[in-house]
Design a protein around this ligand. Structure first.
Ligand code: FE
Length: 143
């Protein structure tokens, strides 16, 4: 599903395998390394992705799937924990064949090419939880 190298303490360079789904692979990596607090940055190429848009007025989500080749111009995210498991919050910007960009909250994205990431583990001493916030309808950081 991925190869990785710990380049300095708690910092991992990852190369995800072709055709893997990114959120699934990142969750598997966090489970393998026991990462429950951290940050993620990356780039790559995908050919199918589902983005989410939150309409704050009605606290409802609109999900949309794009089935086309795109470059990930930026993938950024954070890792916290909810119910003792890694909780990933990922956002993405991707460019289309006409060089325009689309983006959003990332639900799923399938690699078609490569995906190269840096995952930083904040360490076991850092606890970052989540709590549901009724005002926004979001699972916000519980700091
Ligand atoms: Fe989000």
């Amino acid at each position: 599903m991925y190869q990785y190298k710990e380049v300095s303490t708690g910092k991992y360079v990852l190369s995800l395998n072709n055709h893997v789904e990114i959120a699934e692979a990142l969750t598997a990596f966090c489970l393998e390394k026991g990462i429950l607090a951290g940050s993620i940055t990356g780039l790559g190429a995908i050919n199918e992705a589902t983005f989410r848009f939150l309409n704050p007025a009605v606290k409802s989500y609109v999900d949309k799937t794009f089935a086309e080749q795109m470059e990930i111009t930026n993938l950024t995210g954070n890792i916290s924990q909810k119910d003792g498991r890694p909780y990933l919050h990922l956002h993405i910007t991707a460019s289309r064949s006409d060089y325009s960009c689309i983006g959003g909250h990332l639900l799923t994205a399938r690699i078609n090419g490569a995906c190269e990431l840096l995952v930083e583990d904040f360490g076991a001493a850092c606890t970052l939880g989540r709590r549901f916030d009724p005002e926004t309808g979001l699972n916000l950081y519980d700091l």
